[in-house]
Design a protein around this ligand. Structure first.
Ligand code: ARG
Length: 391
C-alpha cells in the first residue's frame, strides 16, 4: 500500500481525513503534527487522537524555534500585516509544509495530504510549497469530496470516530496568533460571544491600571523585555500575556480571501500587534523619510505575498535582503504604555537615531535660522510660477 503523510492537528477536518484516506483512497496514513506553538495540550491531543484512530505512525515535530527565528522575525522586520491581520496562520503554513515534505521523503511516501476545505487560503499555502519544493502527489479529501462540516461530523459518527463536540469553531493557533472562524461567527450580523477569546481580556475586564513595557530591538528583532534578554519564543509569550491582559490584540474584520470571498475573521494577536507597533516606533527614529516610505510600500507587498501563498516567490527573498539591510540600524529601545486596549509609545532611544536634539531645539542659537530663507524662496518654484500665470 502506498503511504501518505497527513498534516495532522487532531481537529475535525484532519481526523475525518485519516479514515477517508484509508477507505476512499486506499492509502496507508502517517500523521504528522508540526508544533508551531499551538500549545502543549493541542500537540498531545493530536498524538492521542492519531493513536485512537489506529494510525501506525505519528510524528510530532517541534518547529517552534524555527518558526520564531526564520519566519516570525521576517514578519516583524517587514511589519507584515494584511488588512490589519499580522499573518499568524499564513506565516506558519509554509514551514508546516516544509516539515511534512521532510517526513514524506524519509518515509518514501507517495503523497502528502491536508485537511483544508476548498474555501480558504490554507489550501493554496500548503500546495504552493509542496509543488515548488517536491514532486509528491497532493490529496485534499475534504475539498475533493466537497464535504460540509455537518457531513464530516456525520461521517465521523458513522465510522465511530470520536470527535470532541465542545469545539464548534474552527480555530487555528500558533505562537504568533489565534484565529477563530465558523459557526455563528460566519454571519457578520452576529456579535461574537465573549468565550471565543482565550488570550485577551475585554476592555471592561482588562487591568485597571496602565502598564509600561520596554522592548529592546537588535537589528529589527526584539531581544529583551524590561531589560531581560530572552529567546524570541519566550519574549513573544511574554508580550502575548502582557498585551492580552491589557485588552490589546482583538481583531474582528471582514477579510478578502484569495478566491474573492469576503469572510468574517476574528483574531487574537496581542503580542504581534504590540511588537510590530513598538518596532515601527523605533523605525520612525532611525530610518530616513525615504526609507520609511519605501519600507511601507515593501510591507504592503510583502504581506500580500505571504497572505496569498507566495512565500516561494523570489521577490519575497529579494525584499528580505533589502529589509535586512535597512533593519541593520533598527536597534534600540521603545517604552510602550498599554491601557485597556490602547497602546502608545512613550519613549524611544537608539545609537542610530537620526533625531538631532540640538538642531530641533527652539533654544538653538548656533545654527542661524536666517539661512533657511534662501531655501524657502525657491521651494515650490513651479507652483508659484503657475499661480502667477493664473493671476
Ligand atoms: N483567514 C486566516 C488566513 O487566511 C486564518 C485562517 C485560519 N484557519 C482556521 N481554520 N481558523 O490566514
Amino acid at each position: 500500500m502506498d503511504k501518505v503523510i497527513l498534516a495532522f492537528s487532531g481537529g475535525l477536518d484532519t481526523t475525518v481525513c485519516v479514515k477517508l484516506l484509508e477507505e476512499e483512497y486506499n492509502l496507508e496514513v502517517i500523521t504528522a503534527c508540526v508544533d508551531v506553538g499551538q500549545g502543549q495540550e493541542e500537540v498531545e491531543k493530536a498524538e492521542k487522537v492519531a493513536k485512537n484512530l489506529g494510525v501506525k505512525q505519528h510524528y510530532t515535530i517541534d518547529a517552534k524555534d524555527e518558526f520564531a527565528n526564520e519566519y516570525i522575525t521576517k514578519g516583524i522586520k517587514a511589519n507584515a500585516v494584511y488588512e490589519g491581520y499580522p499573518l499568524s496562520t499564513a506565516l506558519a503554513r509554509p514551514l508546516i509544509a516544509m516539515k511534512i515534505i521532510e517526513i514524506a521523503e524519509k518515509e518514501n511516501a507517495k503523497a502528502i495530504a491536508h485537511g483544508c476545505t476548498g474555501k480558504g487560503n490554507d489550501q493554496f499555502r500548503f500546495e504552493a510549497v509542496i509543488r515548488s519544493m517536491s514532486d509528491f502527489d497532493i490529496v485534499a479529501p475534504i475539498r475533493d469530496l466537497n464535504l460540509t462540516r455537518t457531513e464530516e461530523q456525520d461521517y465521523a459518527k458513522k465510522h465511530g470516530i470520536p470527535i470532541s463536540s465542545d469545539k464548534i469553531y474552527s480555530i487555528d493557533e500558533n505562537i504568533w496568533g489565534r484565529s477563530i472562524e465558523g459557526d455563528l461567527l460566519e454571519n457578520p450580523e452576529n456579535e461574537p460571544p465573549e468565550d471565543i477569546y482565550a488570550w485577551t481580556a475585554s476592555a471592561e475586564d482588562a487591568k485597571h491600571h496602565p502598564t509600561k513595557i520596554a522592548i529592546e530591538f537588535d537589528e529589527g528583532v526584539p531581544i529583551a523585555i524590561d531589560g531581560k534578554i530572552m529567546p524570541l519564543i519566550e519574549l513573544i509569550e511574554e508580550a502575548n500575556r502582557i498585551a492580552g491582559e491589557n485588552g490589546i490584540g482583538r481583531i474582528d474584520t471582514i477579510e478578502n480571501r484569495m478566491i474573492g470571498l469576503k469572510s468574517r475573521e476574528i483574531y487574537e494577536v496581542p503580542g504581534a500587534l504590540l511588537i510590530i507597533r513598538a518596532h515601527q516606533a523605533l523605525e520612525e527614529l532611525v530610518l530616513t523619510k525615504d526609507e520609511l516610505l519605501f519600507a511601507e510600500y515593501m510591507s504592503t507587498k510583502y504581506s500580500d505575498l505571504i497572505y496569498t501563498a507566495l512565500w516561494q516567490e523570489p521577490l519575497r527573498e529579494d525584499m528580505d535582503q533589502a529589509i535586512d539591510n535597512m533593519q541593520g540600524r533598527v536597534t534600540g529601545k521603545v517604552v510602550m504604555k498599554l491601557f485597556k486596549g490602547s497602546m502608545l509609545p512613550l519613549a524611544r532611544e537608539s545609537d542610530y537615531s537620526l533625531h538631532d536634539i540640538e538642531l530641533i531645539s527652539f533654544e538653538d542659537k548656533e545654527n542661524d535660522q536666517k539661512e533657511i530663507e534662501g531655501m524657502i524662496k525657491y521651494h515650490g518654484l513651479q507652483a508659484a510660477i503657475y499661480q502667477k500665470l493664473n493671476r
